[in-house]
Design a protein around this ligand. Structure first.
Ligand SMILES: Nc1ncnc2c1ncn2[C@@H]1O[C@H](COP(=O)(O)OP(=O)(O)OP(=O)(O)O)[C@@H](O)[C@H]1O
Length: 350
C-alpha cells in the first residue's frame, strides 16, 4: 500500500550538505504495522515527513496504493498523523479535539458526534467528550490524540514517538493495547520510535535506520535473533560484540576461543555472543573472570564479568538460583547456539 523507492532528502548545500535519507526503499503492505527504529538523527522523522507530504524528496518517489504522491498535498493523502507532543487543542474539549479531522472534511454534526463516541469507546475513554483536555493525564491525552488521528479513517496511520513522553509502565501497557486495537481495526501503521522495546512489542516488522539508510529490516524475531551488523547488535543493547577470526567451528577472540554455529562464515568477522550463551562455571575451567555488577530483571539477572588481564567485560545472563556473588571468581565458557557471526571488521557501531 505504501512504496518508497530510492527516496533521498538532502539538507544544506556544498561540503556541509548531508543526506537525511539516502536512496531509501521501503514497502508496507495493507494492515501491516511497521516500526522504524534508529538513533537520533538517523532520518526516522524525515521518512515520515516525506510520506505525509511535509517534506519534498530531492530524489525518488513515494507511492500510496500505486499512485505517486509528488503532487498530492498533505490533506489529500489520506494519512493520519500523531506526533510525540500530541498537539491537542487546549481550548477545545475532548470531543472537539477528536472531531477535528471530521469537521475539516465537512462531516455533519450527527456524524461527528456518533464517530467521536465510537472512537472514545475504542480508546478506552467512554463518555470523556465534554472533559477539558488540560484536566487529562498524559496517558489519557495520548489516547485522545490517537482517537483524533483515527477518526477520519486514514488509510495509513503514522505515529512519531507516540508514547515518548509517558513513563515506562504506562508505555508498556499502552503499546500492547495499541497493537490489539490496530489488529482489530486492520489499520496500516508506520511508526517511528527510538525505543526498541516499544518497536518490538508493536511491530509486525521493524526497520532499523542508520545515517539515512536502512541497516536492517525483518520481523522482530528475525532482527533480534540475527542482527545484520555490529551496529544493529549494539543498537539492540547487546554489549558482547568483538572482532574475531573464524575458522571451522571456532573463533579466536580477545576472550580466547569461542565456538560458532555450524556453517558460519570464516575469516575476519565480528562476533555477537548473546548473554544467555555465557556459561559460568568453576574458576579452574574456562576464561577466569571476576563477577561485577548484577542487575535483577524479574526472574533473570544480568551479570557483568571482568576477565583477568584487563580484557573487555562480558555480559552474562543467569537465573536467580545460579547468580554468583559480586566479587566471586568464575570460569566462563560460551555456547555456540547463542553466538552470531556478523559481517567483517570495520563496522563497530560507534
Ligand atoms: N529542516 C532541517 N534542516 C536541516 N537539517 C535537518 C532538518 N531536518 C532534519 N535535519 C537533519 O537530518 C538528519 C535526520 O533527521 P531526522 O529528524 O529525520 O532524524 P531522527 O532519526 O528522526 O532523529 P530523532 O530521533 O532525534 O528525532 C539529522 O542530521 C538532522 O539534523
Amino acid at each position: 500500500m505504501l512504496t518508497l523507492s530510492d527516496v533521498t532528502v538532502r539538507f544544506g548545500s556544498g561540503p556541509g550538505a548531508r543526506s537525511a535519507l539516502d536512496a531509501v526503499d521501503l514497502e508496507i503492505a495493507e494492515h501491516e504495522i511497521v516500526c522504524v527504529l534508529g538513533p537520533s538523527g538517523s532520518g526516522k522523522s524525515t521518512l515520515l515527513r516525506v510520506v505525509a507530504g511535509l517534506q519534498r524528496p530531492d530524489g525518488g518517489r513515494a507511492l500510496l496504493d500505486g499512485a505517486d504522491q509528488a503532487a498530492v498535498p498533505v490533506h489529500r493523502r489520506g494519512v493520519g498523523l500523531m506526533f510525540q507532543d500530541h498537539q491537542l487543542f487546549p481550548q477545545r474539549d475532548v470531543a472537539g479535539n477528536v472531531a477535528f479531522g471530521l469537521r475539516m472534511r465537512g462531516a455533519s454534526r450527527g456524524e461527528q458526534s456518533a464517530r467521536v463516541a465510537e472512537l472514545l469507546d475504542l480508546v478506552g475513554l467512554p463518555g470523556a467528550g465534554p472533559r477539558a483536555v488540560a484536566a487529562l493525564s498524559g496517558g489519557e491525552q495520548q489516547r485522545v490524540a490517537l482517537a483524533r488521528a483515527l477518526a477520519p479513517r486514514p488509510r495509513l496511520l503514522m505515529l512519531d514517538e507516540p508514547l515518548g513522553q509517558l513513563d515506562r509502565g504506562l508505555r508498556e501497557r499502552l503499546v500492547v493495547e495499541l497493537r490489539g486495537l490496530f489488529g482489530r481495526l486492520g489499520t496500516t501503521v508506520l511508526a517511528v520510535t527510538h525505543d526498541q522495546g516499544e518497536a518490538f512489542a508493536l511491530a509486525d516488522r521493524v526497520v532499523v535506520m542508520r545515517d539515512g539508510r536502512i541497516a536492517q529490516t525483518g520481523t522482530p524475531l528475525e532482527v533480534w535473533q540475527r542482527p545484520a551488523s555490529a551496529f544493529v547488535a549494539r543498537f539492540l543493547g547487546f554489549d558482547n560484540v568483538v572482532p574475531a577470526t573464524v575458522k571451522g567451528a571456532w573463533a579466536a577472540t580477545v576472550w580466547g576461543p569461542v565456538p560458532v554455529p555450524d556453517g558460519s562464515p570464516e575469516g575476519e568477522r565480528t562476533l555477537l555472543v548473546r548473554p544467555a550463551g555465557v556459561r559460568l562455571g568453576d574458576p579452574a575451567g574456562g576464561l577466569r573472570c571476576t563477577v561485577g555488577a548484577r542487575a535483577f530483571r524479574g526472574g533473570r539477572v544480568a551479570v557483568t564479568l571482568r576477565p583477568d588481564g584487563g580484557r573487555p567485560p562480558i555480559e552474562a545472563e543467569c537465573g536467580l538460583r545460579e547468580v554468583p556473588d559480586e566479587g566471586a571468581a568464575v570460569g566462563v565458557s560460551f555456547a555456540a547456539e547463542d553466538v552470531v557471526v556478523l559481517a567483517g571488521g570495520d563496522d563497530t557501531g560507534d
